[in-house]
Design a protein around this ligand. Structure first.
Ligand SMILES: [Zn+2]
Length: 100
């Protein structure tokens, strides 16, 4: 086995490890914020749950590079968010639904 081959294996392993951690952090974040949509109670699919930043419209970023931050920092951000499902999130954005 060449060095190059080893590097490729390692790289693939790291990509998988990061993807795994991202999924885990998302689930931890969902659980931390109550595990269900704060407006309608939806909890069937974690992928359909979003974190909405209460103050301002600035995107929270937990779904981007936020996943690689430490859990402690993520929790601090999560305290400023509410968990809502994708439908309720859209309704908040267009003003149909008011935040509780
Ligand atoms: Zn909802």
């Amino acid at each position: 086995m060449t060095e190059k081959r080893k590097y490729a294996d390692r790289r693939e392993y790291l990509i998988k490890a990061v993807a795994k951690r991202r999924r885990k952090v998302k689930l931890m974040a969902i659980e931390y914020r109550g595990g269900r949509c704060q407006i309608c109670g939806y909890n069937k699919c974690p992928g359909a749950l979003d974190l909405h930043h209460i103050n301002g419209q600035k995107s929270f970023g937990i779904s981007e590079k936020g996943y690689t931050r430490s859990w402690k920092k993520i929790k601090k951000e999560l305290d400023k968010c509410i968990l809502v499902c994708a439908n309720c999130h859209r309704e908040i954005e267009v003003g149909i639904t008011q935040l509780p």
